[in-house]
Write a protein that binds this ligand. Structure first.
Ligand SMILES: [Zn+2]
Length: 292
């Protein structure tokens, strides 16, 4: 859900990602703290993805010094989001009554954002982690690397049985020429908004979350789309990836293993490549070499 304030250069996006995050949690068997970390990153990815144009993609890579090691998320403009973490069962005791996301990811590390904008070179930006809490890190990236002052809130509620029953977030950004007074008002408003998981657990929709933030500021609803955990992997893509590894690599696999099972890291789907498949790829890779 995206809205834009009328006559003021402020843009807001909000989303509910409960099903998407719970699907990721089930697929990857993440611990409660890992579910919160992955869920926040998936939600952040969904928010950034919603601002892209058709066919564009964004990838977020969090690398931290905590036991989770890393989080990878990819999202596109249609609302397909996928992601995984380095160590799914990494967990920590709660801190101040909350899941210790910054502890599990680590407070030191990097956030790398890559955008495939369908141009020659992908756009890439990198910042150091600010806190390891994900939302703050994303806001810092947007301000530092893209020069867009942004407020980002992300929340994931994990039940004692480990299921995710509320997840979502919002992002508010201001663009030049800025109406400083309006931005100040917005910051005050955002400060008064309860934690996003509280809003979602009370059944608030993305529209209602944005209405609460944009109180008193005239705005238009611009766009709405569905979000889902969706992976674009296929046997064909796995084969193409193997071909790019080159002829020698495929020959080694064929010689040593006779076949290959390749698992997609994002969705854990396994693809079986028989000896016959591999010999076919070997021919294709060889043909490529000749063509060069
Ligand atoms: Zn996949």
């Amino acid at each position: 859900m995206r809205i834009m304030a009328r006559d003021v250069n402020i843009r807001g996006v909000a989303c509910v990602t409960t099903n998407l995050v719970d699907e990721a949690r089930k697929r990857h068997g993440t611990s409660p703290t890992a579910s919160a970390a992955l869920g926040r990153a998936l939600t952040g990815g969904a928010l950034l993805g919603s601002l892209l144009k058709k066919e564009q993609r964004v990838a977020l890579r969090f690398e931290g010094n905590g036991p989770l090691k890393k989080i990878l998320v990819e999202a596109d403009s249609r609302g397909a989001v996928r992601g995984y973490v380095g160590v799914p069962d990494a967990d920590l005791p709660p801190r101040n009554g909350k899941l210790d996301v910054s502890g599990v990811l680590g407070r030191k590390g990097l956030l790398i954002v890559t955008k495939d904008l369908r141009m020659k070179e992908p756009y890439s930006g990198m910042v150091e982690l600010r806190s390891g809490e994900i939302a703050e890190d994303l806001a810092y990236y947007l301000a530092e690397s893209e020069q867009i002052p942004s407020a980002v809130a992300l929340g994931v509620y994990v039940e004692p049985d480990k299921s995710v029953t509320a997840a979502g977030g919002f992002m508010v950004q201001s663009f030049p020429p800025r109406n400083e007074e309006m931005v100040e008002e917005m910051i005050r408003q955002i400060g008064k908004v309860p934690p996003v998981t509280d809003l979602l657990r009370r059944g608030k929709s993305p529209e209602q979350v944005l209405e609460q933030i944009f109180q008193g500021i005239p705005f238009d609803f611009l766009l709405q789309h569905d979000l889902s955990f969706e992976c674009g992997c296929s046997k064909e893509r796995v084969e193409r990836a193997l071909i790019t590894l080159g002829r020698d690599e495929i020959a080694t696999i064929l010689e040593n293993l006779g076949q290959a099972d390749v698992r997609c890291e994002f969705c854990l789907q396994s693809y079986h490549l028989s000896g016959r498949d591999l010999r076919g790829l070997l021919d294709e890779a060889a043909a490529k070499v000749v063509l060069h």
